[in-house]
Structure formats: C-alpha cells, structure tokens
Design a protein around this ligand. Structure first.
Ligand code: ZN
Length: 196
C-alpha cells in the first residue's frame, strides 16, 4: 500500500457482535508497526463496547480511532478516553444515523466518518443518500470553524470518489476498488485522476 501511493491505512475492526463479521485485532496492528509501516493508521472500530479496544489500539500505535456512537453507552467518555491516550478520535455515522448526534461532541472530534454502505461486509454498492449526510457534516464543521477530517467509507471507487469530494469529503477509504485490482497503484492513480 505504501508503494502503491496510499496516504493512510484504514483498519476495519469487526467483532461479530456490533456487526455480523469478524476481522482483526490490535495484535495485528502492533505487528505491522514493529515491521516498520510508516503510513498513518486509521482504526475504524465496528465493535461494542468500544472503550477497551480504544485503549488497546491506542497502545498498538493507532493514529486515528473512530467508533459508532450507538456502540458506546457514554460517547463523551469514550472520546475523552481516546484523547487522554493521545490518539486522534472520531465518530462514524451509519446510513441510518442522524448527523445531529455529532452536535454535543463536535469540539472533541478530529474526524467524522460517513458510511456510504452499512458496516460489516466488503464490496457493497455505494449508497448515494450518504452524500446528504456528508453535506450536513461539512456544513457543521465549517460553521464551527473546526479542523475535522471528513472521511467516507463504502463503495468508493474512481466512479464515486468525485461525488463524495464534491459533497465535502476530504478523506476516502477504498477497499474493493484497490484490492480487486491486480495493480494497486493503477487503482489508486485512477481515483486521484478522478479527483484532479
Ligand atoms: Zn471502515
């Protein structure tokens, strides 16, 4: 991924509880960090509860940790925990989650991640309604004058990435669009070209 031109590594963590699928844990991240990866790592927790894994992923070297607000009983406490651990933190909005849940904690966020599919499975089709959520969040961030990344995740490809950028996203997660191609660099270049 580093050689192919990615700016960041996105880690999808699923627990077979918050989502009906199971992926990787903090030991994998720690091993990659020890192996010498230098790209910033963006950990997307699709788990419930979140606090213990925030701690473990922060210790494993995560740069960003995001979680779903409905997966934490105490969102403000979970965000404060991440900040105390020195990791950048954010909230994730599912296609069925209102952006209003950001309002009380916007000042605590380094990132908002808008899901453009429902979480849990790869290779799902991009949901265009998520662009409305991106626009709403962009407006909140700009109105508050905050420096918050606005990331989009799900069905992002050379076909969909420009519409996400036009709606206000500045950080793009691509899975199948890259890993479905034999040459990862060609896939990443095609997305950069679509944004140019
Ligand atoms: Zn993700």
């Amino acid at each position: 991924m580093t050689r192919a031109g990615a700016d960041m590594l996105h880690f999808d963590v699923m627990d077979m509880h918050y989502v009906p699928n199971l992926t990787i844990g903090p030991l994998v991240l720690r091993s990659l960090k020890r192996h010498g990866i230098t790209l910033p790592v963006d950990v997307h927790l699709m788990v419930s509860p979140v606090d213990e894994l925030i701690q473990l992923f922060a210790e494993a070297g995560a740069d960003y940790i995001t979680f779903h607000p409905e997966a934490s009983l105490h969102v403000h406490r979970s965000l404060s925990l991440a900040r105390e651990l020195g990791v950048k933190c954010g909230l994730v909005l599912n296609p069925g989650t209102s952006s209003h849940c950001l309002d009380p904690v916007l000042h605590l966020l380094d990132m908002v991640l808008v899901m453009s599919v429902n979480p849990g499975f790869p290779a799902q089709a991009f949901l265009p309604s998520s662009l409305n959520t991106v626009r709403e969040v962009r407006k909140k961030i700009d109105t508050a004058g905050l420096n918050v990344r606005l990331e989009i995740d799900g069905g992002i490809s050379a076909k969909t990435i420009a519409s996400a950028r036009d709606a206000g996203a500045d950080t793009f997660v691509a899975g199948s669009a890259i890993f479905g191609e034999s040459d990862y660099q060609v896939a990443i270049d095609a997305m950069r070209h679509a944004l140019a």
